[in-house]
Design a protein around this ligand. Structure first.
Ligand code: 5AD
Ligand code: SF4
Length: 425
């Protein structure tokens, strides 16, 4: 039995696709890159940008011919679009078999068995995760109301899970052999604010003390990366110094229209603080180009910020108006072509920076958590540094799940190549 997963949108979706992958492999499905041979197709969707939704709907329509050839094929829409459009999706595409919202990943087993199955957000259910990495949601939704963002309207305002519930789930995962836990939340640095039940720094520290090999967390808001958070990362070696803090724009005028609550000067000082307090951290970001009224001058400020800060990598997006958000009523004065040109320009700048930064790692040694075989060439293994950089190196499968020392020998924009030679001292 084979399964095909197509992922749209943000970082969070990349993680949830990994969880689906694991769930499906426990059900006996092998992953395939070819949707024509799949028995199950999942489209892991994102509502944040209209373009991602349109692409997912287009793909869903094109799957009708596969369903005609193979009526046993199961097609599911998972992720935020399932939550946002709900039953409408079955009306748009009668060949759709199931939908699952982001907090009901655990319902995939039932979904595959039924027809027109829907699992929306009322009763959260998370799968029991196996393997090396696991993902633990600590909060849902967001109360920041950035003017471009649909999340507060689709997922709702911030809802944190109780601290002891999260801790119990992490303990269970650790006992089951998980080596790396990523705590998830759309606005994770606000964790606990709605409950008066601790904060992100305290939950990270508690999970760290359990003795797990690595802990990560996404996505932080710049205003939430305070001294306590930086201190927690500095004092606990297993909390990865890999910080994803969306900047969104380098222009204070646009940041204010976006309702981000900070200025570029604050952000630059924050990055300096993080780089001073942590040993070789990686800092990554999200940027939106072409926000309504973004002038040439505003865009130059974003380019300047990108060049001055030198992010390890950046997710760069073209602004997409989302109905119901504050910015939706603002007049869009840039054409699609101009937005694409701006986006391509930033991609070029960032790729050069990422490449330059990766090249600087050649000759150095890093601790790498070995995640598995390189699917493109099985003699090679794949792992990640604590800064979340992917490293490919030769090695025996017995190393999977261990942290080993790897010397970096070559680098490209997105990957490092190295030689593994032992356990860390
Ligand atoms: N248009 C373009 N990008 C957006 N993002 C969120 N909403 C929009 C939108 N309407 C981007 C932001 C956010 C990331 C997950 O998606 O950069 O950090
Ligand atoms: Fe959306 Fe802003 Fe909340 Fe991020 S912080 S989820 S961009 S409203």
């Amino acid at each position: 039995m084979k399964a095909f997963i197509k992922t749209y949108g943000c970082q969070m979706n990349k993680y949830t696709s990994l969880v689906y992958r694991e769930e499906l492999s426990q059900l006996g499905y092998e992953m395939t890159e070819n949707e024509n041979e799949a028995d199950v197709i999942l489209l892991n969707t994102c509502s944040v940008r209209k373009h991602a939704e349109d692409r997912a709907l287009g793909r869903l329509n094109s799957l009708l011919s596969l369903k005609r050839k193979n009526p046993a094929l199961k097609i599911g829409i998972v992720g935020c679009m399932a939550e946002r459009l709900g039953n409408k999706l079955f009306e748009i595409s009668p060949h759709l078999d199931f939908i699952i919202s982001p907090n009901n990943i655990g319902m995939i087993k039932e979904a595959i068995r039924g027809k027109s199955y829907k699992a929306l957000s009322d009763e959260p259910s998370f799968p029991c995760q196996k393997g090396i990495k696991a993902f633990v949601p600590v909060s849902f939704g967001c109360s920041n109301y950035c003017s471009y963002c649909v999340v507060p309207y689709t997922t709702g305002c911030l809802k944190s899970r109780k601290k002891d519930e999260v801790i119990r789930e992490c303990e269970f995962l650790l006992k089951n052999g998980i080596k790396e836990i990523t705590l998830l939340g759309q606005d994770i640095t606000s964790y606990g604010r709605d409950l008066n039940d601790g904060n992100l720094a305290s939950i990270l520290t508690s999970v760290s003390k359990m003795g797990i090999l690595r802990i990560r967390f996404i996505t932080s808001h710049p205003l939430g990366m305070n001294e306590e958070m930086i201190g927690a990362i500095a004092n606990n070696k297993n909390i990865c110094p890999s910080i994803h803090i969306p900047l969104q724009s380098g222009s204070n005028r646009i940041l204010s229209l976006m309702n981000r609550g900070y200025e570029i000067e604050y952000y630059i000082t924050l990055v300096e603080k993080i780089r001073k307090s942590l040993e070789e951290p990686s800092i990554t970001t999200d940027i939106i180009v072409g926000f309504p009224t973004e002038s040439k001058d505003d865009f130059s400020k974003t380019q300047e910020a990108l060049k001055a800060i030198e992010f390890d990598s950046a997710f760069l997006f073209k602004y997409s108006p989302r109905e119901g958000t504050g910015a939706y009523k603002l007049k869009e004065d840039l054409s699609e072509k101009e937005k694409i040109e701006r986006l391509n320009h930033l991609i070029k700048i960032q790729n050069e920076i990422s490449f330059k930064k990766n090249k600087c790692l050649i000759g150095k040694e890093y601790n790498v958590l070995v995640e598995g075989k390189n699917l493109k060439d099985k003699k090679f293994l794949i792992g990640r540094t604590d800064t979340d950089k992917m490293v490919v190196f030769k090695g025996e499968p017995s190393l999977i799940g261990k942290i080993i020392r790897v010397k970096i020998e070559d680098a490209s924009t997105y990957t490092l190549k190295g030689e593994g030679y032992g356990l860390p001292t």
